[in-house]
Structure formats: structure tokens, C-alpha cells
Design a protein around this ligand. Structure first.
Ligand code: F6P
Length: 349
């Protein structure tokens, strides 16, 4: 009897998810396996919601954003019988292997299921934030940086024409990868990220210095996860509705750009506006780079299934796709190294 390979996508959607689904499905079908899509992340496994994936289902999905199997932030460890039900579904549908595509949360569940239940799972790293360890880059990141850079380029026009400071808030829950890369690419004058808590006062000093050089407009890029930090030592995270946490305990971020813009205008007197890019960074078609990376990850994941390399994750190291243990990937976040921030800082002020 042929093997059944399941595929699920968890966490925020991300450009390139469909390219991974296509690659895993294509290679698994070529090997004579049956492939099923598990609907909406771990929720589909808990609630037994799966659908067949064949050649027809994966046709034309390579350039499509989002995920054809849906996603959610369901954590089976958050409900009393979540894991029991997930294991029951696995048995009922005769799942021999699962490819879990996700970030720290989704892969954290995969790692735990593998370690505690011997679950036959392999992982594929996904996040626009690029904050997963074990891999140099995740797919989706390049697309997010592309979108953010294009926005910065466009905002330059208004900044220059109106002599304004334009604050651009980009995603990045724990790390400043998108801010730093798009900021370097877009020529930002100040970049604020969680890893390097520059103070509000220092930010304003840089802007004054720049204006003192005769430049009467500026671009400030800020990560949503940056805590407003002051010279007094006080720091404050800006979040959305306080009650809005997901099953992994994350608060809904967004809004630091508004507060920062207000501070800048009040302290410097420079007219300041803000643009929050939000989910635009995650939407739409993946860049060619992300399509290729996602495809290579998908093929590797299918190979890991064939090798029965459970508990492993496809990863990019240098230019090579390798396998790393899931535990290693979720152990700690990959933060922006100071060397990268130094590149950005050379153009501040
Ligand atoms: O983890 C990726 C990410 O895009 C974060 O940068 C952001 O904080 C989060 O997802 C927001 O996700 P959502 O609004 O879909 O819950």
C-alpha cells in the first residue's frame, strides 16, 4: 500500500507557501505516495479536516501568495485533548508522514510532537520575519523586504516634496531583519529595531543632524517589535488591543510608528507622517528568489520523508540546502547581528 504524506501550513501566511506545497506534492506523487493537505494548520489535525492534493490541485499555484490549505495559529497543546485528537486523526487517515511548514510556533509544536510522541514529522522554515535559527534565510523574507523597499522608495517622493519626516512601520515581531534590510536598500536615515534599542532622543538627534546638513526630509524605518526607549531608561512596547493574544501567547503588535511619529514631531518640530505597511508585506506573489528557495525546501522535505529523517527541518546554509534538527531551529531566535546594523548605521543622520 502506498504511503500517505500530509502537508500543513501554520502561523501567518507567507509568500512561497504554495511553492513548498507544490514541490512536496509533486515529488511525493512521483514516488507513488498519496498526498493530503491538512486544513488550517494544527487545527486540521485536531479536527480531522484534510483534503486530497493531486496534480490538479497544485497546478498554477507556484506564483500564488497565501496557502491553498489554509492556516491558523492553533496550538494543540493549548487544549486538554488537542494532542490526543491530533494523534487520533493521524491514525484514522493513515498518515505516514507530515510536512509541517511554519515558524517558531508551528515548528515548536512539531518538535515537541516528535520528541514526546515519536511523531513522523519533518519541517520547513517559514516566516517573513527571518528569525528562525538553523537556516540562513526563510522564504517570504525576500518578498517582504522587496515590498517594504518599494514603499520606502515611494515615500521618499512625498518626504522630499513636502520636507517631511516619513516614519515607516514594518513587521518583525522579535527581530529587525525586515527593517534593517529594507532600510539599507531604501536608504533610510534612521532604523529602529528590537535588537538595538536606540533611544527616541538619539533618533531625534540624528534627524536634527541631518536637517543641519541641509537635508530637510528624512525616512525613519521602525520594526513593529521595537520598544519605545528613552534616555531616562524607560522603555515601552506598543501593542494593539491588550486582550488580543493568540494561542502561542503573542500580543497583537502595531502602532509603534504612530507613537514614534508623534514624539519626533513634538521634539524636533519637523512635520512627521507615518505609514504602517502591515499585512501588505505578507501578501501577493512571491519574488523569484522566494519561489526558488521555497521549491528547494519543498523537495528537501519530501526527501527527508523518504529517508524517514523525522524531527529534521530543511534549511539553507550558504547556498546549500541541508537538514537540521527541529529542536535546533526553535531553540532560540535568530537576531540581527550587530555587523548588519553597523552597515545601516553608516547612513544614519
Ligand atoms: O510572524 C510573522 C508576522 O508577520 C509578524 O511580523 C507579525 O507580528 C505577525 O506575523 C502578525 O500576524 P497576524 O496579524 O496575522 O496575526
Amino acid at each position: 500500500m502506498s504511503e500517505t504524506v500530509g502537508i500543513l501550513t501554520g502561523g501567518g501566511d507567507c509568500p512561497g507557501l504554495n511553492a513548498v506545497i507544490r514541490a512536496v506534492t509533486r515529488r511525493s506523487l512521483d514516488r507513488g505516495c498519496r498526498v493530503v493537505g491538512v486544513r488550517e494548520g494544527w487545527r486540521g489535525l485536531v479536527e480531522n479536516r484534510v483534503e486530497e492534493l493531486g496534480q490538479r490541485e497544485i497546478s498554477g499555484i507556484l506564483p500564488r501568495g497565501g496557502t491553498i490549505v489554509g492556516t491558523s495559529r492553533t496550538n494543540p497543546y493549548k487544549s486538554e485533548d488537542g494532542v490526543t485528537r491530533a494523534l487520533a486523526t493521524t491514525k484514522e487517515i493513515g498518515l505516514d508522514a507530515l510536512v509541517a511548514i511554519g515558524g517558531e510556533d508551528t515548528l515548536g509544536v512539531a518538535a515537541r510532537l516528535h520528541a514526546e510522541e515519536g511523531f513522523p514529522v519533518v519541517g520547513v522554515p517559514k516566516t517573513i520575519d527571518n528569525d528562525l535559527s538553523g537556516t540562513d534565510y526563510t522564504f517570504g523574507f525576500d518578498t517582504a523586504v522587496f515590498v517594504a523597499t518599494e514603499a520606502i522608495d515611494r515615500l521618499h517622493t512625498t518626504a522630499e516634496s513636502h520636507n517631511r519626516v516619513m516614519v515607516v512601520e514594518v513587521m518583525g515581531r522579535h527581530t529587525g531583519w525586515i527593517a534593517v534590510m529594507s532600510g539599507i536598500a531604501g536608504g533610510a536615515d534612521v532604523i529602529l529595531i528590537p535588537e538595538q534599542p536606540m533611544t527616541v532622543e538619539e533618533c531625534c538627534d540624528e534627524l536634527r543632524r541631518r536637517h543641519g546638513r541641509g537635508k530637510d526630509f528624512s525616512i525613519v524605518v521602525v520594526s513593529e517589535g521595537y520598544e519605545l526607549t528613552y534616555a531616562s531608561g524607560e522603555s515601552r512596547r506598543v501593542a494593539g488591543e491588550p486582550a488580543a493574544t493568540d494561542q502561542f501567547g503573542h500580543v497583537r503588535l502595531g502602532g509603534v510608528g504612530d507613537e514614534l511619529a508623534r514624539e519626533i514631531e513634538e521634539r524636533t518640530g519637523f512635520e512627521t507622517r507615518v505609514t504602517v505597511l502591515g499585512h501588505v508585506q505578507r501578501g501577493g506573489t512571491p519574488t523569484p528568489h522566494d519561489r526558488v528557495l521555497a521549491t528547494r525546501f519543498g523537495l528537501k522535505a519530501a526527501d527527508l520523508v523518504e529517508e524517514r529523517a523525522w524531527g529534521q527541518m530543511a534549511a539553507l546554509q550558504g547556498d546549500t540546502i541541508v537538514a537540521v534538527p527541529l529542536e535546533e531551529a526553535v531553540k532560540e531566535l535568530k537576531r540581527v547581528p550587530p555587523e548588519w546594523y553597523d552597515v545601516a548605521k553608516a547612513f544614519f543622520g
